[in-house]
Every structure is written in structure tokens, then in C-alpha cells.
Design a protein around this ligand. Structure first.
Ligand SMILES: [Zn+2]
Ligand SMILES: [Zn+2]
Length: 130
């Protein structure tokens, strides 16, 4: 099937790149609406899941189950530290987690194991503002 709405996907990609950290489809849609792009929420959802599928965006679930997206600086495996108030995101390495995950999977006879580990909290600015 031909890819329709390519400019919309492109615009969503740009908005995602401009975001400060992980954002929800609703947040991104609100930004695009403010810019009068006329891009609908359903299109934003589709574009974001397409970007995640093609590896151009990282996606994860917030603690309250909302899907969040971000255009990450690297496509290498990494982890995130995310402020649950403002969305500020820091890409982190977690060597102890890599070893633990490998060891634990192997101990249970699992191969080709993957893991998703992200830390949610309050950034220094937000903690100071409360
Ligand atoms: Zn914050
Ligand atoms: Zn890892």
C-alpha cells in the first residue's frame, strides 16, 4: 500500500524531535494543533507507532499505562531516566542491568533475552518546585 500522508508523518517526526523528552500522542497532537497543522489525533497515533516500528522513535509505557514516544539520539540499546512531571528524559547506560538480565535469563534457560528498564522519578527542577 502506498504511504499516504507522508508530510504529516514528517511533521510528527519533527515535533517529536523538538520535544523535551518522552511525550504522549495527546501532548504531541496538542502541540501540532497549536501550530495549526490540521493533523488529527488518529494520524498522530499512526505516525508515532510507525516511527516506533521502524526504529526511528523509542516507545515505552508510563507507570499509569500511557504510551510515550521519543526520538532518541541513539538506536543502540539504552535505558531512560524520565521525569514524570515534565517529561525530561536522560538516556542512561546500565551495565549492571545488562549483566543481571543475561545471567537471569540464562539461569532459567532463556535465550535471545531482551529487557526494558526505565526509571521514572522527579527531575531536580521539578523536585525543587514542589
Ligand atoms: Zn521534571
Ligand atoms: Zn539494557
Amino acid at each position: 500500500m502506498a504511504q499516504r500522508n507522508t508530510w504529516q508523518r514528517e511533521r510528527v517526526r519533527e515535533a517529536l524531535a523538538d520535544a523535551r523528552g518522552f511525550v504522549s500522542a495527546q501532548t504531541l497532537h496538542a502541540t501540532l494543533r497549536d501550530e495549526n497543522t490540521g493533523i488529527g489525533l488518529a494520524t498522530v497515533y499512526r505516525a508515532l507507532s510507525g516511527l516506533a516500528d521502524s526504529g526511528e522513535a523509542d516507545s515505552l509505557q508510563s507507570p499509569d499505562g500511557e504510551a510515550l514516544y521519543r526520538a532518541c539520539a541513539t538506536s543502540e540499546h539504552h535505558h531512560h531516566l524520565i521525569c514524570r512531571r515534565c517529561g525530561l528524559t536522560v538516556e542512561i547506560e546500565a551495565s549492571p542491568v545488562e549483566e543481571w538480565a543475561k545471567r537471569t535469563a540464562a539461569a532459567h534457560g532463556f535465550q535471545d533475552a531482551q529487557h526494558i528498564v526505565d526509571i521514572f522519578g522527579l527531575c531536580a527542577d521539578c523536585a525543587a518546585a514542589i
